[in-house]
Design a protein around this ligand. Sequence first.
Ligand code: NAP
Length: 263
Amino acid sequence: MLRFCVLGGGIKYTLSPIIHQNVFNALGVAADYAVEDMPPAELAAAVPRLRETYDGFNVTKPHKAAIIPYLTEKLTPLDAVNTVRRDGREWTGHNTDLGGFTADLTAFAGDVRGRETLVLGAGGAAEAVVCGLTAAGARVTVVNRTYAKAQTLAAKFGAAAAETARGLRPELIVNCTSVGGCGESALPPEVDTSALVCAYDLVYSPARTAFMAACESAGARASNGLGMLIRQAILADGIFLGRELDTDALYTELVKTLQRELS
Ligand code: NAP
């Protein structure tokens, strides 16, 4: 029996066990998936036990950067790791948010090359998003509550940063802030939405966020981040099991399961 878990803080309601257990069941893999919910101060002391116990684990807030010093190797250009695979006593770190976001955005919005794109937020998830968008050729401007963080993130990937969204006329907006889970809209009121075609919200609960509703009112198509969540998990399971998985078949099944779970 293989053993995996999600490592995070304040993650009592995480969907990770449902997602990963469903993937393992669909593949006929005998695996157990646990939740390791711990504050940052407890991580260092927990590392030896985690190394003994798990064949691999997913990492979420607030441990995505904190886990890096414990890795043998980091196999992502990002300063955030969301998947750790164990080989013997060695841990390798990966970031499947990047691949999950890129695949889901492409499925939703098609080719983003040359598109004027506004990224809202400059936290851990925004790093994967800006990396993915700039690699795909989008023209990215980052706006964040804390402007200095927007500047640092933009500089890392050759994007632009702006203090506010005033004067921007994006064709695509991606919300990477944590605003939206409680009904408020992350869409800055000052942004010009006259050219807006697509909007993508990393938030996935509620299924239609206030940000999505505001962008749809402006005439755009909008998606939540459920697809990204599912795709990054399937990519992580491929890393755990050391093989390429049939992403499309697993994705279709998981969307149905999670929509039931979130409704
Ligand atoms: P994070 O590192 O804590 O970053 C949070 C971001 O939201 C920061 O840019 C922060 O601005 C901004 N923010 C928070 N409260 C705000 C407010 N009241 N007004 C304006 N901006 C505010 O979090 P994260 O890991 O990047 O996650 C961000 C969101 O993406 C979360 O909702 C998370 O659940 C979601 N997410 C989804 C997926 C998926 O698979 N769909 C994957 C990862 C994350 P400051 O820099 O000024 O603090």
